[in-house]
Design a binder for this molecule. Structure first.
Ligand SMILES: Nc1nc2c(ncn2[C@@H]2O[C@H](COP(=O)(O)OP(=O)(O)O)[C@@H](O)[C@H]2O)c(=O)[nH]1
Ligand SMILES: [Mg+2]
Length: 486
């Protein structure tokens, strides 16, 4: 497996003749990483892997802190049908001068890490039970949101989709498709109407996605993240207005309903069966600050999307999925990402807000025998803490280099100059934040700013890779992997 030239592993590892027996005894933990687009999945996985590979600064990741984590290598991932997570390419973006964020990806991918560690237990050491495979599965949260379709008949889905499309922030974007849907039942050629309607419906979803910056998770998830299904009849349907008495038998309605059911059967169910149900651990990344700074509509959408996502973790007793739950995710971590956009004083408050957003869902998981944790993290920290004296007061601020073209307080930045920003404090009571999103974030602009990532390279004057700055990534790792490294 190639490794970026500038990175050095913590130890060079080699394989011995007994390797295949050891392989057979090596357990595998499958870790799902999901979140709506731009939540921070790619950055999280890249930073996590790099920290494990170079032996980063991870004081709250017990195996590392205790000096028991010896080595981490990348291995060919076992599922041939799934593309590999392109760790080297993502890392290379951070190594550019100046550093860039990696390009966004829109499909499922997988990466296998093999960790070698020193077991605490003498017996484990004697038997060589000192390795762990970690299969990281990166998949779009949009695909999880589709789970909500499984329990929805076509009519119910249509009603919901139209209600959402008529919401003030989307009415304009959806007007063309809605107008077409109104008259389409009368069109003579059902197939042509399905194609045209699906095209207009997809255009609306895409426009909504752009204007809501990825938060409003509208179904069907594959319309915008088709993977290899682009153009397939499986994606050629759209929601219709409720049938009027005389029109029940419309060929178009029957065609769309049939396609909708095929989509659930051929797309949604296989994803859950082949990927989701095989996971042991799950991290759900959420851009809480992004939604708060965009205002009430965005927060409402996020809540909606999270509720759908969370249904995945404990379906109702009667639902189709419950019959499939033979193996269960035992730990779910909800992580509010990009915590480096607020100062240290607000990190606990950010956690409290995400806790409030996921409260109902967390109950589902815990009653199903699983465990849930909520954290505010920054997988790759792009800012540092700073203090500014203003009118005799010391304000906790953040300092970072805004990406070229970013505007802060009316000034356009060039991608080289640093800005010091007072991001405001998040409210102590999460209910306030959720009731009046945007208002309390005095410096709400700070959450919109894209800061340049830190450049990852060798530490100056050394052959060792420099540590990766982060916030609470070590705690996240400890929760997700710590007990697998006994
Ligand atoms: N400041 C900061 N920005 C982040 C962090 N993680 C992600 N981002 C930003 O969010 C964008 C989307 O992240 P990415 O990992 O590509 O999201 P994905 O679509 O879920 O894979 C990045 O390009 C960054 O601008 C973080 O820890 N700190
Ligand atoms: Mg990604």
């Amino acid at each position: 497996m190639s490794r970026p030239a500038f990175e050095l592993p913590r130890r060079s590892s080699f394989r011995t003749a007994g390797a295949s027996l050891r392989d057979a005894l090596t357990p595998t933990v499958r870790l799902g990483v999901t979140g709506l687009s731009r939540a921070g999945k790619t950055v999280f996985i890249t930073a996590m892997v790099r920290n494990l590979m170079i032996g980063g600064r991870l004081p709250f990741f017990a195996p590392e802190a205790e000096g028991r984590l010896l080595d981490c290598i990348l291995e060919p991932q076992p599922d041939d049908a799934v593309p590999r997570f392109d760790y080297e390419a993502h890392l290379a973006a951070f190594a550019k001068d100046p550093a860039e964020w990696p390009e966004s990806t829109r499909r499922i991918s997988e990466l296998r890490l093999t960790l070698s560690f020193r077991p605490r237990d003498l017996l484990r050491r004697m038997f060589g039970l000192d390795r762990l495979h970690v299969d990281i599965v990166d998949y779009p949260g949009e695909w999880l949101v589709d789970l909500s379709l499984l329990d929805q008949p076509f009519e119910v889905w249509c009603r919901e989709a139209i209600r959402k499309a008529e919401a003030p922030q989307r009415a304009q974007l959806s007007s063309q498709w809605r107008a077409f849907a109104e008259r389409s039942v009368m069109l003579p050629d059902a197939e042509q109407a399905a194609i045209e309607g699906a095209r207009l419906f997809t255009a609306y979803l895409a426009a909504a996605k752009v204007s809501e910056q990825g938060v409003g998770a509208l179904t069907p998830g594959r319309f915008l993240m088709p993977g290899d299904l682009a153009g397939s009849p499986l994606l050629t349907f759209f929601p219709l207005h409720p049938a009027t008495a005389g029109e029940q038998a419309s060929p178009l309605r029957r065609l769309l309903e049939k396609r909708y059911e095929s989509y659930k059967r051929e797309v949604v169910k296989p994803f859950f069966r082949n990927h989701f149900l095989k996971l042991d651990r799950q991290v759900v990344l959420v851009d809480v600050l992004g939604s708060l700074s965009r205002g009430p509509d965005s927060v409402a959408d996020l809540e909606d999307a999270l509720t759908s996502v969370l249904q995945a973790f404990r379906p109702g007793a009667s639902s189709w999925l419950s019959s499939l739950y033979t193996r269960r995710i035992d730990r779910v971590l909800f992580a509010a990402t990009k915590a480096d956009h607020v100062s240290r004083t607000s990190h606990d408050r950010l956690e409290a807000i995400l806790m409030a957003l996921t409260e109902r869902a967390a109950q589902r998981v815990t009653t199903a025998g699983g465990d849930v944790r909520v954290m505010a993290i920054s997988a790759l920290r792009a800012t540092r803490e700073a203090e500014v004296r203003h009118a005799g007061e010391t304000l906790p601020c953040i300092a970072g280099v805004p990406m070229p073209g970013e505007v802060v307080a009316g000034k356009t930045f060039d991608g080289r100059r640093e800005a010091v920003i007072f991001p405001g404090d998040l409210p102590a009571d999460p209910k306030d934040a959720l009731a009046h999103p945007g208002r309390e974030l005095a410096g709400a602009a700070a959450t919109f700013v894209r800061f340049r990532p830190p450049r990852l390279a060798q530490a100056p004057g050394s052959t060792e890779p420099a540590p990766t700055p982060h916030i609470r990534l070590d705690r996240a790792l400890d929760y997700l992997l710590g007990d697998w490294l006994p």
